[in-house]
Design a protein around this ligand. Structure first.
Ligand SMILES: Nc1nc2c(ncn2[C@@H]2O[C@H](COP(=O)(O)OP(=O)(O)OP(=O)(O)O)[C@@H](O)[C@H]2O)c(=O)[nH]1
Ligand SMILES: [Mg+2]
Length: 237
């Protein structure tokens, strides 16, 4: 990655008119996702640039599949760093979305939590950074909480849900994404969905597989709608 922490590559943000112009079909949402490009990386919260476009954060346990999910949604092999080794993502990485180079939303890939081999001090530091990000990030529009349904929600996932609950009550969108669904039978998928719906506290729940591309159009469309609330809502006569 060539950019120094806190540095952003040149970006124009969308005016409300161009944001309204995009059609809301799954196919166009998938094409929108494909426009993703690296924006910046921040080792600490204070290096994150203030932005005025909607931001969608990908959070979850280390190894849950956050970076892989971003690469799959954006159809780019190595936009986000994915790895078999938990703890691969160490900084907050932002990716800009929008056609013709006009940024109308941003995806944030966050380091995972709960990886046992990370020293306790680092873990606690990161949990504080994460909580601060989720509570204070002004343009945060949606949180995608990724969870491997074979493990279910962990204690740290529950804490995260508690941290964001006040913002969810005020309109922050939440998607609980059940990753690696290719590892589950159809019956196990249905069971995982119904358990997760009880846990999601009114948030959306979807199955996702990077391997089988399950959930890609649905998730893309949902994120597009959340990033363009004025356009996505049915117009009143
Ligand atoms: N079978 C299968 N494996 C997956 C899927 N998504 C991710 N993986 C694998 O899970 C491992 C972790 O994926 P990452 O995307 O790096 O996970 P992460 O949540 O970004 O991890 P951290 O950066 O450590 O927080 C990798 O070996 C991926 O190949 C999936 O849909 N199916
Ligand atoms: Mg990662």
């Amino acid at each position: 990655m060539s950019s120094a922490p806190g540095q952003t590559s040149g970006t124009r943000t969308a005016d409300p008119v161009s944001a309204r112009a995009a059609p809301a079909t799954a196919a166009s949402a998938v094409a929108w996702m494909h426009t993703a490009r690296f924006l910046t990386t921040a080792p600490r919260l204070e290096f994150l640039p203030a932005l005025d476009v909607p931001e969608i954060a990908f959070v979850g346990r280390s190894n849950a599949g956050k970076s892989t999910c971003i690469n799959t949604l954006t159809q780019q092999k190595r936009l986000a760093f994915a790895s078999k080794t938990p703890g691969r993502t160490q900084s907050i990485n932002l990716f800009a979305l929008g056609k013709q180079g006009v940024t109308d939303a941003v995806l944030a890939d966050l380091p995972g939590y709960g990886y046992a081999a990370v020293p306790r001090q680092d873990k606690e530091r990161w949990q504080q950074v994460m909580a601060a990000y989720l509570v204070t990030r002004e343009n945060l529009r949606a949180v995608v909480l990724l969870c491997d349904p074979r493990q279910g929600l962990t204690q740290l996932d529950d804490i995260l849900l508690e941290v964001i609950r006040p913002r969810v009550e005020q309109g922050l969108k939440l998607l609980l994404l059940l990753t690696k669904s290719d590892k589950l039978s159809r019956g196990e998928q249905a069971k995982a969905l119904s358990i997760a719906r009880l846990q999601a506290g009114g948030g959306e729940v979807k199955l996702f597989s990077a391997l089988k591309k399950q959930g890609v159009p649905e998730t893309s469309l949902l994120l597009w709608q959340w990033a363009h609330p004025a356009t996505a809502e049915p117009s009143t006569p």
